[in-house]
Design a protein around this ligand. Structure first.
Ligand code: NDP
Length: 339
């Protein structure tokens, strides 16, 4: 059995979903209530591969909300993730993806040291961040959507906002090794990590966001921002492809501007309907088929019986592992969402 640990994008979102899913006692509560709410299994999932194989899964809502980070409720945030992991393990799930901020919190607050959760000793090999598949899908979106829009990679400048992150650095590695992209612009706040990434790649221009955006034909957003930001679309190149892989979204609004194409990043579409209701609540356009690539990673590991923490730690995603998970993705009928 596979599992997905997920969370909602804001307090407001959580309240409306609680009402919709039939938890009225959660619907009018403020952030402190969510800080003390335990994890819940809220969905049973059946996925059928195009090979005919069928697997079962569970969706674990951690009750974490990004506002917990913004308001410095760090202890609550870390407890949410550890409790959700313990809940998944206790329910016999073999491989569980840590969606959205779950893996970021796990890494940033060094949760590997807290292995004992009450009477459960966490077995980390039962969990995966899902970031290898997410990075693979974003790279395929760069390659395929650029072609759809007539942007030639050999002449294109690609800006990666969040370049030094787990997903961002993997995207840089792939674009460098597997494409003939002309230029990479590396954006993040910590300069030392940018210098290290540049040295590893042997290329890439370190730039700040405001200077980089007008120079880019393609912008990949994979920064771990608790809230989306506004950008001035009139300063961007036309055409420009914006791939927003953040959860919550890095861009504040659904944008419309001539020549600017915004693509939901790190999202895959399955060839067959998935039996679940959970993607309705995160506003997927086709909820029976579209899902986060990190969630799909745990499905792929279950299909392939690869019970291992395939994606783990930070900045260790190799192009070879992206190819491996990419082959499984195609084999079982997933494809990257396109424009
Ligand atoms: P990491 O924490 O590993 O990396 C985040 C990156 O963003 C770092 O380079 C960080 O560098 C940079 N960053 C953070 N804040 C800012 C800012 N304000 N301005 C510029 N750069 C910033 O995160 P991940 O790679 O694990 O995840 C990235 C995003 O992808 C998250 O939003 C996550 O929720 C989402 N995600 C999506 C998935 C999907 O299936 N679609 C799956 C998993 C994650 P610095 O701190 O130096 O600025």
């Amino acid at each position: 059995m596979f599992g997905l640990i997920g969370h909602l994008t804001s307090l407001e979102h959580a309240q409306s979903v609680a009402r919709e899913l039939g938890y009225p006692e959660y619907a009018d509560q403020g952030i402190d209530f969510w800080c003390s709410a335990p994890p819940q299994i809220v969905d049973n999932i059946t996925v059928t591969s195009i090979t005919g194989q069928k697997i079962e899964g569970r969706y674990v809502e951690s009750c974490f909300l990004p506002e917990m980070l913004a308001t410095r409720r760090i202890k609550a945030a870390t407890r949410k993730i550890l409790n959700a992991m313990a809940h998944a393990q206790k329910n016999g799930i073999n491989i569980t993806a840590l969606g959205g901020f779950s893996s970021i919190i796990f890494e940033n607050f060094n949760l590997e040291q807290f292995r004992e959760i009450r009477n459960i000793k966490l077995e980390f090999e039962r969990f995966t961040t899902g970031n290898t598949h997410t990075a693979y899908v974003i790279c395929r979106q760069v390659e395929q959507a650029s072609q759809q829009l007539g942007i030639e990679l050999s002449k294109a400048t690609v800006a990666i906002c969040g370049a030094t992150g787990d997903i961002g650095s993997a995207v840089c590695r792939w674009l460098d090794a597997k494409t003939d992209v002309k230029e990479l612009l590396l954006i993040a706040r910590n300069h030392e990590r940018l210098i290290n990434l540049q040295a590893e790649l042997g290329r890439g221009k370190i730039m700040n966001l405001a200077d980089a955006l007008p120079e880019a034909d393609i912008i990949v957003w994979v920064a771990s921002m608790p809230k989306g930001m506004e950008i001035d679309l009139s300063t961007l190149r036309q055409p420009c492809l914006l791939i927003d892989g953040g959860y919550p979204k890095n861009l504040a609004t659904r944008m419309q501007y001539p020549g600017i194409n915004v693509l939901n990043g790190g999202i895959v579409e399955h060839s067959l309907d998935i039996d679940w209701r959970i993607m309705n609540i995160v506003n997927m356009d086709v909820p029976a088929r579209q899902l986060f690539a990190c969630f799909a990673e745990s499905m792929l590991l279950e299909f392939e019986k690869l019970y291992t923490n395939f994606s783990w730690g930070r900045n260790q995603i190799t192009v070879e592992k992206m190819e491996q998970i990419g082959q499984a993705s195609v084999k079982h009928g997933f494809r990257p969402l396109l424009v």
